[in-house]
Design a protein around this ligand. Structure first.
Ligand SMILES: Cc1ncc(COP(=O)(O)O)c(C=O)c1O
Length: 429
């Protein structure tokens, strides 16, 4: 495939945008080469500036669970845009999406809309601190919660890819309030809780991790965290920015049957427009301004365009619940197919999957936390694999630390083509 115009556009972009991209993971720094510039997309396909058609396994990094330009979402946005894009006043549609989210997600009474996943997790932590009166938080190495200061202590995803786990600009003062634990290691959490008695406001985690590849919680891990929190008054915060409205209508809380105290959303809840949200039971949400003392605000929060896209998306997912089964089946099909061809080609690999999140690691050992994800990252093999797939029209995330996001728009033909391509490419690894 030819990517000439993409490279020309990238050269122009680099003159006026740092690194030519508005979010680091879009650059191909980890895998080498120039990023692909996309002109339009429909269903499971991206169409780039050189006229190439690509099967998409990123789906805007998760939001587009029903594929690109999904008609009900696009129609809703066009319709509402004609009536004005933002008023800075309450609108009925904000209540409608809140009602639907509260209905779909277990264990929440109220939800506050923001504009990104970063804002959602940042606000959730402030709320947890305000509610408990404690300042420290526990986060897990390799879990990514957006780019606010408290979380850039050792982040997964982009920050790891670029080898800057501790970003300059984050103060020592902020860093000292963030305690880092090992994912899937309850004893490690217990040690931290014990060593910081009565100082911890919340434990925040991706309940199924997606920023060090896809890493499922070990059996009993989420339940164990719930128990620690119940015994100590620490709040359990699920960052369901990736998993919310994807792994089940009610996210991981529903799929794995463990309740969180605060839940963060992003991605799918915005249907492809910039939306994040955080939610909890009344007792906690009433700590939030204007009812309570914890301040949080946003000029464009809950704007009609974003709410219309989000409402159309959630309405689709709520009214056609078979989508969740369909997408899980498609991902299982891809999993089995890739497993077969990688085995036949004698490749060392591990595939992790939960529902419609899946990742391929080029190492034999189980990938259960950040350390094992890093060991299995095998960047040389991954980079060859990535470029081989791209050359054959399959677009996966340009980083060994990312999960693939499956959309229900993918047909079994698309999946077969992908498996055939994995077969072809793995012969070259
Ligand atoms: C689990 C998780 N939390 C938070 C974020 C941050 O969301 P955003 O990029 O919308 O700020 C991300 C982004 O990928 C994420 O994966």
């Amino acid at each position: 495939m030819i990517y000439k115009r993409s490279s020309e556009l990238f050269a122009l972009a680099q003159k006026v945008i740092p690194g030519g991209v508005n979010s680091p993971v879009r650059a191909f720094k980890a895998v080498g080469g120039d990023p692909i510039f996309i002109k339009k997309a429909e269903g499971p396909y991206l169409y780039d500036e050189d006229g190439n058609k690509l099967i998409d396994y990123i789906n805007s990094w998760g939001p587009l669970i029903l594929g690109h330009a999904h008609k009900p979402v696009i129609d809703a946005v066009i319709d509402i845009a004609k009536k004005g894009t933002s008023f800075g006043t309450p609108t009925e549609i904000e209540t409608k999406i809140a009602e639907l989210a509260v209905k779909m997600v277990p264990n929440i009474d109220k939800i506050r809309m923001v504009n990104s996943g970063t804002e959602a997790t940042m606000s959730a932590v402030r709320l947890a601190r305000g509610f408990t009166g404690k300042e420290k938080i526990i986060k897990f190495a390799g879990c990514y919660h957006g780019h606010s200061d408290s979380f850039l202590i050792q982040a997964g995803s982009g920050a790891v890819t670029f080898g800057t786990p501790n970003s300059p600009g984050v103060t020592q003062g902020t860093a000292k309030d963030t305690l880092l634990a090992k994912y899937n290691d309850l004893d490690n959490v217990k040690e931290l809780v014990e060593a910081n008695k009565d100082e911890i406001s919340c434990i925040i985690l991706e309940p199924v991790a997606g920023n060090m590849g896809c890493i499922p919680p070990a059996e009993g891990f989420l339940e164990g965290l719930r128990k620690i929190c119940d015994e100590t008054g620490i709040l359990l915060v699920f960052d369901e920015v990736m998993t919310g409205f994807r792994l089940a209508p009610g996210g991981v809380q529903e799929r794995m049957g463990v309740n969180a105290d605060i839940v963060c959303f992003g991605k799918v809840i915005g249907g492809g427009l910039p939306v994040g949200a955080f939610a909890a039971r009344n007792e906690i949400m009433e700590y939030l301004a204007p009812v309570g003392p914890v301040y949080q605000a946003g000029t464009l929060s809950g704007n009609p365009l974003a709410m219309a896209a989000g409402l159309a998306m959630l309405t689709e997912l709520d009214s056609k619940r078979e989508i969740f089964e369909s997408i899980d089946k498609k991902t299982a099909y891809l999993h089995e197919g890739m497993e077969k061809v990688l085995t036949e080609n004698n490749i060392d690999f591990t595939i992790n999957r939960v529902g419609s999140m899946i990742s391929v690691h080029f190492g034999k050992e189980p990938v259960t936390d950040f350390a094992s994800a890093a060991t299995s990252a095998n960047l040389g093999t991954f980079n060859k694999f990535f470029h081989g797939m791209l050359e054959n029209g399959i677009y996966i995330a340009p980083s060994a630390y990312e999960t693939w996001f499956i959309s229900d728009a993918l047909s079994y033909e698309d999946l077969d083509k992908t498996i055939e391509t994995v077969d072809k490419v793995s012969k070259t690894l």
